[in-house]
Design a binder for this molecule. Structure first.
Ligand code: B12
Length: 572
């Protein structure tokens, strides 16, 4: 008898990264994860809750994080010891292509009869290729797997045919069947974002680390709630754009979560912790009315948490006034991507610098605690010179809004890396938008993840910048921005010096790896790569900016331990 119905495993990007000499580079410097991408999809939480609500037992194990926390942690031994009715693995982000398929292989080695189910955006995009691997039995497609997965578990447990399970690609003997992608909910009101379920599951399985979303979470917890699945915009390089969702998930319009439910999700979080909360997805996407409703719902909740709102275009002052009235600690995130309005427009964002600056000014004037502004390397029409001008623009912004050491505006620059997203307009029609693809299939991406440095992992270059230029330009820009951050008091001199040293070392490593790659003799080449391993270790997980830079100015990030304990133990 299986002890659990479903165990959801989150793989590292590469298995076993601890034994490989690979320079992953600044691929995750502006997200909370390390380069191993140990954060699992937020959907793990909604799947867990939905299935448990329908009588199934589910456990989450963040294998990536457990590997990261301990060199001695033996993933193979753990997998051997498990005995669920089915295993689920996420291939939401393509960066998990290698790690996910390796974990699936290990599962099949010890549990040849136990079904292996994949899901997520990349799994959906590549479902027909993914099902071709012997270690994969099922792929649940689309952005809403909760109900199809419930039906699939029922057929697995009852030993019935999966013929009627929506969104499923599966093996029927030696035939591959592709069931219709018909489960596309029009709203997100039938799922819950309830962290108590994760707490309970941690307690039930005596496994806190296995349930944590990323490495530094306990010291700096960030919690999220999702306003929608899908998007109304069509940014060229985004695998979560309107066009990509249409192609991958058959979604023609975003599914929103009601304003009332989001407010409830947030109020619940706030009872347990004063940690920052990010509302994922621009709440203005669904219209001013929706955003206003959400703020009204939040009004009486008296939440002290820092709340971060992301905006896909500069928000109007009137709206910021409402935000300021309702949320005492609000932060704002916006991604103009380039200082150059022409490049920004070609990318898919049609606002000018004037409106960007006005909204920053308004937000700061109205008491916004922090504005994060994200720029990117790898855009259509962008040259190295343009990237360097973007850093010039960052200085202008700092000069205007970051004087007197107020440290409220934080610019970032990062490369579009390692992959141009499958399903994005640029991936589907690279030539049209000035992109050249090196890898297209799932297998090519799986192998790309084993390349010696992030330069060789990049699945693209542009008409305007070669891979070499993309890498060089990223480091040069990061170097300059780092200096600016020290100059304007965003970083202590010592921290900035450390980052500067890391950038110099990274550039040197890239150069040395380029030399090693030219060695014809395979054995010698590998030996030389291993000799460099120690230096990789010295680089740590971030190169071009430190993880601490991403943190909001929340001082008392504390859990209400009594409440957490009550929630964890309830029902166990
Ligand atoms: C929110 C978000 C994030 C958050 C993550 C929050 C989280 N834990 O999920 C943050 C900011 C941290 C993030 C980071 C990254 N992101 Co992101 N992100 C998004 C965003 C804006 C929304 C995602 C979303 O709507 N999810 C909701 C739904 C679709 O997913 P879900 O509920 O988590 O999961 C459901 C299904 O996917 C499926 N599913 C998922 N796992 C499994 C497993 C099984 C077994 C099954 C059956 C089903 C299943 O079922 C779930 C529930 O129904 C999208 C853009 C967009 N508009 O979609 C990009 C997007 C998903 N991200 C993307 C990328 C590339 C990244 C990074 C790799 C970027 C980088 N280089 O650092 C990192 C990876 C982080 C990591 N794993 O460590 C790409 C993915 C392209 C691709 N196919 O690979 C997207 C499409 C666009 C983009 N370029 O930003 N991201």
């Amino acid at each position: 008898m299986a002890e659990t119905d479903l165990i959801l495993l989150h793989p590292p990007s590469v298995y076993d990264f601890r034994k490989k000499a690979i320079m992953y580079g600044p691929v995750s410097d502006v997200v909370p994860s390390t380069q191993i991408f140990e954060m699992y999809p937020i959907g793990f939480m909604t799947i867990l809750e939905y299935l448990e609500r329908h009588g199934y037992s589910v456990r989450i194990i963040n294998v990536a994080l457990r590997m990261l926390r301990s060199r001695r942690f033996d993933a193979e031994k753990l997998i051997r010891s498990l005995n669920p009715a089915a295993f689920g693995l996420d291939l939401h982000w393509l960066v998990h292509a290698q790690g996910g398929l390796e974990l699936a292989k290990i599962i099949k080695k010890y549990h040849p009869q136990t079904p292996v189910i994949f899901g997520g955006l990349s799994a959906s995009y590549y479902h027909e290729q993914l099902i071709g691997y012997p270690q994969v039995d099922y792929v649940v497609r689309g952005d809403s797997a909760e109900e199809p997965l419930r039906q699939l578990l029922s057929t697995i447990k009852e030993k019935m045919s999966a013929q009627s399970v929506p969104n499923l690609t599966w093996k029927d003997g030696d035939k591959v069947r592709v069931n219709e992608l018909s489960n596309v909910p029009s709203d997100l009101n039938n799922i819950t974002f309830d962290y108590r379920k994760i707490m309970r599951s941690s307690a039930r399985h005596f496994d806190i680390v296995g349930h944590l979303p990323f490495r530094d979470w306990l010291s700096y917890p960030i919690l999220t709630t999702l306003s929608c699945r899908g998007c109304v915009h069509n940014c060229l390089i985004c695998g979560g754009s309107a066009a990509a969702y249409r192609h991958i998930c058959r979604r023609n319009a975003p599914a929103y979560r009601s304003a009332q439910l989001i407010a409830q999700d947030m109020a619940l979080i706030s009872q347990y912790t004063k940690a920052p909360i990010i509302i994922l997805g621009d709440i203005l996407q669904a219209g001013l009315g929706y955003a206003r409703d959400l703020l009204n719902e939040l009004k009486g909740k008296n939440m002290k948490n820092h709340i971060a709102l992301e905006f896909f275009s500069p928000p109007p002052r009137k709206f910021l006034e409402m935000v300021a009235e309702t949320i005492p600690n609000f932060n704002m995130q916006i991604s103009p991507e380039s200082h150059d309005e022409k490049i920004r427009r070609a990318f898919g964002r049609a606002y000018d610098n004037h409106s960007l600056e006005r909204s920053i000014e308004n937000a700061l004037e109205l008491g916004c605690k922090r504005v994060d502004v994200f720029f990117m390397v790898g855009l259509p029409g962008q040259t190295s010179q343009s990237v360097s001008q973007t850093i010039g623009y960052c200085e202008e912004l700092l000069e205007k809004y970051g004087r007197n050491g107020s440290a409220k505006i934080h610019p970032y620059i990062s490369p579009l890396a390692p992959f141009l997203d499958p399903g994005s307009l640029a991936f589907e029609d690279p030539q049209k938008y000035g992109y050249r693809l090196f890898y297209k299939t799932l297998e090519e991406h799986r192998q790309a993840l084993l390349q010696p440095s992030w330069k060789y992992m990049l699945n693209y270059e542009t008409e305007w910048m070669s891979r070499d230029e993309l890498v060089a330009s990223t480091y040069d820009a990061a170097f300059e921005l780092n200096r600016l951050k020290a100059k304007y008091g965003l970083l202590k001199q010592k921290e900035a010096k450390n980052i500067e040293v890391r950038i110099r070392k990274a550039k040197e490593l890239i150069r040395r790896i380029d030399e090693i790659v030219l060695i014809k003799d395979k054995e010698l080449r590998e030996q030389k790569m291993v000799e460099l391993t120690n230096r990789f270790d010295q680089l740590g997980s971030s190169t071009i900016c430190g993880k601490k830079e991403l943190r909001w100015p929340a001082r008392l990030v504390r859990f209400n331990l009594l409440k957490v304990l009550q929630a964890a133990l309830a029902g166990n």
